[in-house]
Write a protein that binds this ligand. Structure first.
Ligand SMILES: [Zn+2]
Length: 329
């Protein structure tokens, strides 16, 4: 009898087994190892490999929380196929609670440098080690992001325009109707997956202002429920998958602060709620309350993210806007 062993870095799981391990990258000056922790849950029955990634940005702890909920709740005995959980891709950034690795000032944003380089800057080497295993083993990948230390993001996602990518996004289920198109992804894990002829998507939820005890727990629960729905959609877990009935297709526009000051969202504005071009989203005022700038909707659509750190400097991210083109079928 030949059993299919799934091996990723030092993790090794036979059918029905759960294995924890690491993808080794390099060692650090103090003698410690730089590695990427992961868990392989190989189902008792065959099926696709779904790979979940968290914390490519170190100030986004929502992916790690989601992964540990899934590790508790997905039993290998019930699973068809394999679930790979990478709670934290960018470990030094996560330890520092920074977007990028403070040890690497040359390739700070790890979500822009895929597939990395084996002989590149430190973060490029991490990306290369991760991308090598990811594209070899995974059929589908979901990269979990949030608003990090600067913003709060409502549930939203980026897919490319291939039907299999849109299908993976749709499988996230109810509450995940804000679907934006990233037709030619570059530099991120979904780009590495697309280049390998596979499928990856980027999902967003949570961030600053949603890390109080109840809010953070809710974000983790919502993310884990969405991944469980994905597992049901692909028949990797028993049960019926559900779908959002308000799916829209759009393109992201990230609005940058036109002035420095205090960022004040307009009273009554709401996430994921249709707006018209020119509607006021927020104002930036100086120390005395004088208005310096007004942030307006750049098109018809909805915002899914707002700056949640009110201190703002010209050029900072202020609003993540979905320019809605129409319903997503
Ligand atoms: Zn991110």
């Amino acid at each position: 009898m030949s059993e299919r062993i799934i091996e990723i870095g030092t993790a090794k799981a036979a059918p029905g087994e759960v294995s924890r391990g690491v993808i080794p990258v390099t060692s650090l000056a103090g003698g410690g190892s730089l590695e990427i922790p992961l868990v392989v849950i190989q189902g008792a029955r065959p099926g696709p490999v779904l790979w979940i990634d968290g914390a490519i940005h170190g100030d986004e702890p929502e992916g790690p929380l989601c992964c540990q909920i899934l590790l508790r709740e997905v039993a290998a005995t019930a699973l068809a196929g394999t679930l790979v959980l990478v709670p934290v891709i960018n470990v030094p950034a996560y330890e520092a609670a920074c977007r990028g690795n403070p040890l690497d000032t040359f390739s700070h944003d790890m979500n822009r440098i895929y597939p990395g380089r084996a002989d590149g800057y430190l973060s490029e080497r991490v990306a290369h080690a991760h991308a090598t295993w990811l594209t070899k083993i995974a059929d589908m990948e979901i990269s979990i992001h949030s608003g990090g230390s600067h913003s709060f993001l409502a549930p939203a996602m980026f897919t490319d325009e291939r039907p299999e990518s849109v299908e993976l996004g749709t499988a996230m289920g109810p509450g995940w109707g804000c679907m934006m198109s990233s037709p030619n992804p570059k530099g991120n894990p979904m780009a590495a997956m697309a280049a390998a002829g596979k499928v990856g998507i980027t999902v967003e939820y949570g961030g600053r202002s949603a890390t109080s005890p109840e809010a953070f727990a809710k974000v983790g629960r919502v993310l884990a429920d969405a991944i469980l729905n994905v597992l049901r959609h692909y028949k990797m877990l028993p049960g019926t998958a559900l779908y959002a009935n308000d799916r829209t297709k759009g393109m992201q526009e990230a609005l940058l602060a036109p002035a420095s000051g205090l960022f004040l969202p307009e009273p009554g504005v709401a996430f994921l709620t249709p707006m018209r071009k020119g509607d006021v989203i927020a104002r930036i005022v100086n120390l005395f309350g004088d208005e310096l700038a007004v942030l307006r909707a750049p098109a018809s659509g909805m915002f899914f993210g707002l700056r949640a750190l009110p201190n703002v400097t010209t050029g900072d991210w202020c609003c993540f806007f979905n320019k809605v083109e129409g319903p997503r079928h």
